[in-house]
Design a protein around this ligand. Structure first.
Ligand SMILES: [Ca+2]
Ligand SMILES: [Ca+2]
Ligand SMILES: [Ca+2]
Ligand SMILES: [Ca+2]
Length: 412
């Protein structure tokens, strides 16, 4: 048995490091841009050696080099007890599609999943979970511009697609940034969760309304309820489900609002968690505020210190004006004795910050390392706790900006 780190990213080959223009690059510049789609396999036991997975739809002739987006998630889609990795690929001029890879006897085998979407032009997010209890993980995607949430179910003759919801903020104006699967009410049934926001905004970083929705299958239909509406002032960018303080929670981070007149962020991004009370009402709890950040784009839940309780690791993104430029890789830990959250800074960087973070046992000793991308520096780093301190190592380095969307450790 070995393990490999799978990285889904865009290599922004037209944004070399060390040249000005990053602030244009991180907002929509309306310039043509060459985004190299990459699915990389890194071997931690072999000096982080790299291999590329072919992202073309299996069975088609046309290779795919450049495109708009690639994101991935890990799970067991065929119920054989071994993990697959599912990629959602959004080409520039062709319809989006899903494919999977599994490691078979040391070689990577591709499997076509689906490529005939009706309403999902740009696939932003993918989640896997056994929603129907048949032993295979279903695949759920979130997309824009119609906010389509689509569920793919594996059958004997291929996958069927079911539209869970669409047009939360109207046609051509809805963006599902995140989808997640979990049970935050101890109900014994998995639900789908989505972070939805209005898509078309004249001014970036202005007040953009959005919701966290929960979708529960009931009598053959997906019933939608609101977990959080942010009072119509902002929306959620990150959404993860995991055990925090002993309870399954949806952990979210809202996007800040740029107050241009006063050159500040107000409100600032708020890290929250949400769980359901026995009567079905939602209980919200604030974990912390990300001062001077505009948002977090990376969030992971896991026990990084081995004490049996999960911490939160997240990276921030800033807008880079006046003293609002630094970004942080934070660890949030609950101090039960003090009854309060503590925050530790693991690393700092430039405004683009830490776009993607994951946890992985790199050497099989049961201790989790943190792996984070530092996109504006073209790097991915691994942080290991050794000799009483976190020590970092660059595991991938490029001469351009990166845009890392997902990282997963897979056993193979
Ligand atoms: Ca499998
Ligand atoms: Ca299933
Ligand atoms: Ca199924
Ligand atoms: Ca812990």
């Amino acid at each position: 048995m070995g393990r490999r780190l799978i990285i889904s990213m865009l290599d922004l080959v037209e944004r070399p490091l060390g040249q000005p223009g990053w602030s244009q690059a991180v907002t929509r510049s309306n310039r043509p841009e060459q985004k190299l789609l990459e699915a990389l396999v890194l071997d931690p036991d072999n000096g982080w050696s790299q291999e590329r997975l072919d992202l073309r739809y299996p069975g088609t002739a046309e290779p795919i080099e450049n495109g708009e987006f690639v994101v991935s998630e890990i799970g067991d889609i065929d119920g054989d007890g071994r993990p697959e990795i599912v990629f959602a690929v959004t080409p520039t001029k062709a319809p989006s599609y899903l494919l999977a890879y599994r490691c078979d006897g040391g070689t990577w085998q591709a499997e076509p999943i689906y490529r005939d979407f009706k309403s999902a032009e740009f696939i932003r997010s993918v989640a896997l979970g056994d929603l129907d209890g048949d032993g295979c993980d279903e695949i759920v995607i979130g997309s824009r511009p119609d906010g389509a949430i689509v569920l793919f179910d594996r059958g004997p003759s291929g996958y069927t697609a079911e539209l869970v919801d669409t047009q939360q903020q109207g046609a051509n104006n809805s963006n599902i940034r995140e989808v997640a699967i979990g049970d935050i009410g101890n109900t014994g049934q998995l639900d789908i969760f989505a972070a939805s926001a209005r898509a078309n905004e004249p001014v970036k970083w202005d007040r953009v309304p959005g919701f966290i929705f929960r979708y529960r299958k009931s009598r053959g239909h997906w019933e939608r309820s609101v977990i959080e509406d942010h009072d119509g002032q902002t929306h959620t960018r990150m959404l993860r489900i995991g055990k925090v303080r002993g309870v399954q929670q949806a952990v979210s981070c809202a996007v800040g609002v740029h107050d241009r007149e006063n050159q500040r962020i107000a409100p600032e991004p708020v890290l929250q968690m949400h769980t359901l009370n026995a009567d079905g009402s939602v209980k919200h709890e604030t974990i912390g505020v990300l001062e001077r950040a505009i948002k977090s784009r990376s969030l992971v839940i896991g026990d990084i210190d081995g004490d049996g309780e999960n911490e939160l690791v997240l990276g921030t993104r800033s807008l880079g004006f006046s003293d609002y430029g630094e970004t942080f890789l934070y660890v949030f830990k609950y101090d039960a004795a003090a009854g309060a959250w503590t925050r530790q800074t693991l690393d700092t960087s430039e405004p683009l910050g830490f776009h993607c973070v994951t946890l992985a046992d790199l050497d099989g000793d049961g201790r989790l390392a943190i792996i984070a991308s530092d996109d504006g520096k073209g790097e991915i780093k691994a942080y290991r706790f050794r000799d009483g301190a976190w020590q970092s190592e660059v595991i991938l380095s490029r001469p351009n900006f990166l845009f890392v969307n997902a990282m997963h450790m897979i056993e193979c």
